[in-house]
Design a protein around this ligand. Structure first.
Ligand SMILES: NC(=O)C1=CN([C@@H]2O[C@H](COP(=O)(O)OP(=O)(O)OC[C@H]3O[C@@H](n4cnc5c(N)ncnc54)[C@H](OP(=O)(O)O)[C@@H]3O)[C@@H](O)[C@H]2O)C=CC1
Ligand SMILES: O=C(O)[C@@H]1CCC=N1
Length: 267
């Protein structure tokens, strides 16, 4: 047993899928537990081959890593139910928004904690993950954690207070892009495109742009598309005049503020 997932929802599944697809962990290395949704656990076992803790809390005693993937409001109750079974030399890998290392250690006992902020692109091994670890995390454990996180995407080590910003642009970030994509499909259909065609065109536009973004600054890429007085200039001017950048700033600011609120509410 390598890792027990306390919480088996969207984020846990994305990471499990990434780890298994990237062969960093075998299904049998992973066990899952949640609050009450047994059908969910059966789905994860059927889909990925992972094990279920059920009442065998002794599985936690075998695990060098515990993935904490419950909602902030559930952290204290979830950890109080498992703390006596967590190995003293284990590391809690938390993906919980806002909840500090200190709060997790207070609820779990003085266990080493790595606080991370991934996103659901972990499903396809392309998460943008921020991480910070408590002093008790050994160098060896840091390497293992980096392997676990690198296998599902990129890893950025930040001071703990910067994880709010990571949450604002990366943890929540994919949702902003999906909203933009939805709006582009709707607008494409308004221009007369069939839904299926608009979906295919928007998907490929995002896919191509994401690849291009690996090689050049975003403003350089944008300028290469913007012919003087052309269609892109018309589109960008309308977006900017209608407050597009301010709106994006406001969205990120709101997510960052909510992350800080969660920290205050549940620390
Ligand atoms: N979704 C995302 O894109 C991201 C989420 N996160 C963070 O990941 C965490 C989980 O989010 P997400 O996966 O979306 O949430 P979900 O609601 O999908 O999953 C929450 C899980 O926690 C379980 N749970 C609740 N209470 C307990 C408990 N006492 N003991 C054990 N398990 C419990 C639930 O079980 P049950 O179903 O039985 O109630 C469920 O499996 C959050 O803290 C979130 O901030 C971080 C980055 C991205
Ligand atoms: O929306 C949330 O609170 C979680 C954390 C980042 C993405 N989803």
């Amino acid at each position: 047993m390598k890792i027990v997932c306390v919480g088996a929802g969207s984020m846990a599944e994305a990471m499990i899928n990434g780890w298994i697809r990237k062969r960093i962990l075998r299904p049998g290395d992973i066990a899952v537990m949640n609050k009450s949704d047994e059908d969910r656990l059966d789905y994860l076992t059927h889909e990925y081959g992972v094990r279920q803790v059920n009442d065998e809390m002794s599985m936690l005693e075998e695990a060098p890593f515990i993935l904490l993937a419950v909602k902030p409001k559930d952290v204290k109750v979830a950890l109080s139910a498992v703390r006596e079974f967590i190995r003293p030399d284990a590391v809690i890998l938390s993906v919980v928004a806002g909840v500090s290392i200190d709060s997790i250690q207070e609820a779990a006992g003085n266990i080493a904690v790595a606080r991370t902020m991934p996103n659901t692109s972990a499903h396809v091994g392309k998460s943008a993950t921020g991480v910070v670890w408590s002093k008790a995390v050994t160098k060896e454990q840091q390497y293992e954690i980096r392997d676990l996180l690198n296998s599902i995407g990129s890893v950025t080590v930040v001071p703990e207070d910067k994880l709010h910003g990571v949450t604002g642009i990366a943890g929540s970030g994919p949702a902003y892009l999906y909203l933009m994509a939805e709006a582009m499909v709707e607008a494409g259909m308004e221009s007369g495109l069939e839904h299926a065609d608009a979906m295919r065109l928007v998907r490929q536009t995002f896919l191509g742009a994401a690849d291009m973004m690996q090689h050049d600054d975003f403003s350089v890429l944008r300028k290469r598309i913007t012919s003087p007085n052309g269609t892109t200039a018309a589109g960008l001017n309308a977006l900017i005049e209608n407050g597009f950048k301010e709106t994006v700033h406001e969205g990120v600011r709101s997510a960052v503020a909510r992350s800080k609120e969660l920290g205050q509410e549940y620390n």
